[in-house]
Design a protein around this ligand. Structure first.
Ligand code: MG
Ligand code: MG
Length: 598
């Protein structure tokens, strides 16, 4: 199917928007009137530029407050319309969006609306233009798609059809099954947007919180199925008003947008993408650092052993149980210290995983292949984290492990079993994109998004996991692009006995994050503990959570660069990440930074 995007969905000048849409692979655009008005280009120049970029102009929008008004006012509206149709002729756009009127002068009279829309369509036809009438969710008298369609049907004009907009339909809670009653050729256009489920004024909701399909809470794919069943064969077009996208760079937003449409087409059976290959585990986490010392001291105290070194690069492998951490002191080093730069995902089919990622527009990274290097398939996640698809756990050839030479030191262990989860801080405008990426590209399940209070702002976090919990990634974003030092990435290590692991770490010289006494007073009020249990937690800075399924105990190391570690003990079927404790942890991390000035 053809894909299109409204220029209002992207930031920048009209030229920048068109370039971004074309680069992301869209077939066409909807030109939003304000973008045209603000452009120094003439309509003819815009038309030529779109043609050069291979973009069709699928819609010109919007025309407002046209129908069901007193005759004198309608005459003025027709004059206004002629100007727009003339402009559209110069632009080479053949469909105009007319949204249902919100004017106080409009009357509740369907027959009048049909008659005037029919006269509008007569005029449009003189210019080779067709009119797509859309019900705004906050339209004064027409606010549902079936009502708009009844008016179009009554008018019975060949140049008048309807425009369906998933936001207006789903935000009103309308039943989209009725769409199948509309003849496909009378659906002139289809606009798609998702949105988080919010209880708020629908106009504000629409103008500020729309997002790309799959990023919100609406069943957009279900709606599209009904539209296709009706026989619609026009483009799938994204019309997304969103405060964040308005500020984010147009290029990545356009790629994100197109990825969402590819996934949507796959869901409704209209795109054949390579099958998802769900990763089965974490082969390794790779940290880059300008100075290996603080990090290796931390890893040693945690019980890790440097078991191997890369044959050709300054990369060391530290192991304990099934936890494998690479410390890279090579060139890709950033000034702000240690950073989680790459994740090796165990994959049953690395080449297949890479093919799907590429089909879904993930940047494919140059293969790491030196003289003896095993070929590794790698792509970049939206936050820049490199994702390597590794065969199995890398132990058998030609896995990534073959690039490493053993140091002869066996991993003895300090009670760490493996990696429980990885927490990645997302650039603040790419949070929804990241969740969709991990879900769509990697085939992970996205959990509910959780808001967490930080002393200096609000964090949102969302976990993406494989069904068996073999891969758990927690995506976190701040409400504003501030202070990402505290909102560092972390590696959570699984242990069967967090008390022993924490003690061992401390005895080995490791610094645990101190937790305020008030927290433990509150824990005592909320839960019952065995004699001395709470004192142990207080002493070590262990946090505690419990849900219907089980118990979660966890503690944190001090931060090195932008990375810290967490020791995690899950008991029973506890599936969360201790979100209830996150505000306390964040405050404690701010306090430590304040003390050290770090
Ligand atoms: Mg719309
Ligand atoms: Mg965690």
């Amino acid at each position: 199917m053809r894909t299109s995007i409204a220029t209002v969905s992207l930031s920048g000048s009209l030229t920048e928007k068109l370039d971004a849409a074309a680069r992301a692979g869209f077939d066409g655009v909807e030109i939003f009137e304000n973008d045209l008005l603000a452009s120094p280009l003439t309509p003819e120049e815009i038309r030529a530029r779109c043609a050069d970029l291979g973009l069709s102009i699928d819609l010109y929008q919007p025309m407002r407050d046209v129908e069901a008004v007193p005759e004198a006012e309608f005459a003025r509206n027709l004059r206004r319309a002629r100007h727009k149709f003339e402009l559209m002729r110069r632009l080479g756009a053949d469909t105009v969006l007319v949204c249902s009127s919100v004017s106080p002068h409009t009357v509740d009279d369907d027959a009048l609306a049909a008659e005037q829309l029919s006269r509008l369509a007569d005029t449009a036809r003189e210019f080779g233009v067709r009119v797509a009438y859309e019900a705004l969710a906050w339209g004064r008298h027409v606010s549902t798609y079936d009502h708009a369609w009844r008016i179009v049907e009554t008018a019975g004009h060949p140049a008048l059809g309807t425009c369906l907009d998933s936001f207006h339909i789903l935000s009103r809670g309308s039943d989209p099954r009725g769409i199948e009653d509309i003849p496909g050729e009378k659906i002139f256009f289809l606009q798609l947007a998702d949105a988080p489920l919010l209880a708020m004024d629908v106009l504000q909701w629409s103008r500020h919180y729309r997002c790309f399909p799959g990023q919100g809470g609406f069943d957009v794919a279900g709606l599209v199925r009904h539209v296709l069943a009706a026989g619609y064969d026009g483009p799938l077009s994204l019309e997304v008003f969103n405060d964040v996208f308005r500020q984010a760079e147009a290029g990545p937003t356009a790629v994100d947008a197109r990825r969402s449409l590819l996934l949507l087409q796959e869901t409704v059976g209209r795109a054949a993408l390579p099958e998802p290959v769900v990763p089965t585990g974490v082969a390794f986490a790779e940290l880059v650092t300008p100075d290996a010392e603080p990090l290796t001291a931390l890893l040693r105290a945690l019980g890790f052993t440097r078991t191997a070194r890369h044959r050709g690069k300054p990369v060391a492998l530290w192991e304990q149980g099934d936890a494998r951490i690479l410390v890279n002191t090579g060139p890709a080093v950033r000034r702000d210290g240690a950073q989680l730069a790459a994740i090796g995902l165990e994959s049953p089919d690395p080449a297949g995983a890479a093919r799907r990622a590429e089909a879904l527009l993930a940047p494919v990274l140059p293969r790491r292949r030196a003289a003896e290097d095993a070929a590794l398939e790698a792509v970049a996640a939206p936050d820049g984290t490199e994702l390597f698809f590794c065969a199995g756990d890398g132990s058998g050839p030609p896995g990534w492990r073959a690039d490493f030479e053993d140091t002869g030191r066996p991993a003895t262990g300090g009670g760490v079993r493996g990696i429980d989860h990885l927490a990645l801080t997302q650039p603040w405008h790419h949070f929804d994109e990241a969740a969709l990426f991990h879900r769509g590209v990697l085939g992970l399940d996205a959990r509910e998004s959780v808001d967490v209070a930080d002393p200096y702002g609000l964090l949102r976090s969302r976990a993406v996991t494989s069904a068996d919990g073999g891969v758990r990634i927690v995506l976190t974003v701040g409400a504003a692009p501030t202070d990402d030092t505290v909102h560092a990435q972390h590696i959570a290590l699984a242990t069967d006995d967090v008390v022993t692991a924490a003690r061992r770490f401390r005895e080995a010289g490791g610094g645990l994050l101190p937790v305020p006494a008030n927290y433990y007073d509150d824990l005592a009020a909320r839960f019952e503990f065995a004699e001395g249990e709470l004192e142990t937690y207080r002493d070590l800075g262990i946090l505690y959570d419990r849900d219907a399924d089980g118990v979660f105990r966890h503690c944190y190391t001090r931060t090195v660069g932008r990375v810290f570690f967490e020791l995690v003990q899950r008991e029973g079927g506890y599936r969360g990440y201790g979100a209830a404790n996150a505000p306390v942890r964040l405050a404690a991390q701010h306090a430590v930074r304040g003390l050290t000035g770090g």
